[in-house]
Design a protein around this ligand. Structure first.
Ligand code: ATR
Length: 277
């Protein structure tokens, strides 16, 4: 049986095995998809061993997406732009194709599932780490009016601005730099919610915002979404839809079939509720 894995550290919390099992059921694919814990200094060996034992492909999660980028022998354009890889497909001649499906997952969730077209919109992206850099190009490709990047360490936002400046209208700065500006969509790509923290969002930032999106997912509202709700933002979304959409894109790369995502998103929500602390 073809075997796939999600590799990370930690990895036990990953919902990818749950999602891919639903996709396999739905499409009639017979496959195995397992969580694989790699030691922090043993990513490369874990990947090579998995492959030697017959593995066909992998998803890569924190903290290995940059190492995965370095290990791939061939990259898709979107992986090259992101400087990060979340999907491997093992190919003949020891080739490892590296792809990044995070950005397209976010865009599909926002545009298709949430019915929120990005063209002409003012977007604020909070954060300048791996999660943020992976979604900048796919967001710009939808032709927003502006993509502003705010980060606690503004220098990191400026580096991303310079990196992607040729792809569309992009601004960068501290959170305070964007105080008083109006954004249709605010996306939280920081890891603050992981620690139950909030980025230093200036008062009134959500004035005029129609959708607040947290790339993390949780069984309850994250502090960022709590704040957005309190400030009157009508539409709130967490990253559960993005997670399923990026998985569907990996599934497509491996099997040539795009699974139905809506049903799996609601199954994932039920699963998260069942395991809520
Ligand atoms: P990831 O791969 O999840 O993006 P990362 O590369 O470590 O992880 O980046 C974490 C991001 O979250 C950074 O933008 C970080 O801001 P700094 O660059 O200033 O460190 C941001 N972040 C984490 N905790 C935060 C907090 N409490 N408030 C604001 N930003 C935070």
């Amino acid at each position: 049986m073809d075997t796939y894995a999600v590799v990370g550290n930690p990895v036990t919390h990953s919902k990818s095995p749950f999602i891919h099992a639903r996709f396999a059921q739905q499409t009639g694919k017979i496959m195995h998809y397992i969580p694989l814990l790699a030691p922090l200094d043993g990513f490369r060996q874990t990947v090579l061993d998995f492959r030697k034992n017959g593995g066909k492909g992998m998803n890569i999660t924190v903290p290995f997406k940059f190492e995965a980028y370095a290990l791939a022998t061939r990259l898709t354009d979107r992986a090259r732009a992101a400087h990060a890889v979340n999907t491997f497909r093992f190919e003949a001649e020891e080739e490892i194709l590296g792809d990044n499906t995070d950005g397209v997952g976010l865009v599909r969730d926002i545009e298709i599932n949430l019915n929120f077209p990005l063209a002409g919109k003012q977007i604020l992206l909070m954060g300048a780490g791996g999660a943020a850099s992976g979604v900048i190009l796919p967001l710009l490709q939808q032709q927003p009016c502006l993509l502003a990047i705010a980060n606690r360490t503004p220098e990191k936002a400026v580096i991303l601005q310079q990196q992607f400046a040729s792809h569309g209208p992009i601004a960068a700065g501290s959170y305070q730099d964007f105080a008083g500006q109006r954004f249709d969509l605010v996306i939280n790509a920081t890891s603050a919610s992981l620690h139950n923290e909030l980025p230093p969002i200036p008062p009134d930032l959500f004035h005029g915002t129609a959708l607040a999106y947290d790339m993390l997912y949780s069984s309850r509202l994250t502090p960022f979404l709590e704040l957005a709700r309190a400030e009157g933002v009508e539409h709130l979304a967490d990253g559960a839809g993005m997670l399923v959409e990026q998985a569907a894109e990996s599934f497509l790369l491996w099997h040539g079939i795009r699974p139905e995502t809506r049903i799996v998103i609601s199954q994932l929500r039920d699963e998260l509720r069942r395991h809520a602390p």
